[in-house]
Write a protein that binds this ligand. Structure first.
Ligand code: CMP
Length: 144
């Protein structure tokens, strides 16, 4: 099995109907889907999820945005999942995101940037555990 990362399709992309296109990019990049769920976070839930950013200027508006509509939470598996996923989605600011990345295609601002991707293996597991228990994660067996 490969390594895992945690992702969210954020309210901007989910609400615009870009979930299918983004999942297609994720699968075509070689990621397996270990867990997926659609939910609408409360503002308190978003504040807990993003508590590492508490005190930063973008924290409150970020939490307001992340609870403004449904999201899709995902656990994804691939060799070098964290690094490769961050490469697939591109830089936080869509103006700096490389051509062809998810954010270059679907993000509209640094806040409303379509997708989340964990920044380390440790955070990937912490973030995944925030949304999913062990029964909600499958063991992938892939036919080559
Ligand atoms: P994400 O990868 O989910 O991690 C934290 C989020 O905060 C980030 O994506 C953006 O949505 C948001 N964010 C980070 N920096 C800024 C910023 N300078 N201004 C507005 N939003 C930001």
């Amino acid at each position: 099995a490969g390594k895992r990362t945690f992702s969210m399709i954020k309210p901007d992309a989910f609400g615009a109907g870009n979930t299918g296109n983004i999942l297609k990019m994720i699968e075509e990049a070689g990621f397996g889907i270990v867990a997926a769920k659609v939910l609408h976070m409360s503002e308190d839930m978003a504040k807990t999820f993003y508590s590492v950013h508490e005190g930063r200027a973008f924290y409150e508006p970020l939490c307001h945005f992340m609870s403004s509509g449904p999201i899709m939470a995902l656990i994804l598996e691939k060799e070098n999942a964290v690094t490769d996923f961050r490469e697939l989605i591109g830089k936080t600011n869509p103006e700096e995101a490389a051509e062809g990345t998810v954010r270059s295609l679907y993000a509209t601002s640094t806040r409303e940037n379509a997708v989340h991707g964990s920044d380390s293996d440790e955070n990937a597991e912490l973030e995944a555990s925030f949304f999913f228990n062990k029964f909600e994660r499958v063991e992938l067996t892939r036919v080559e």
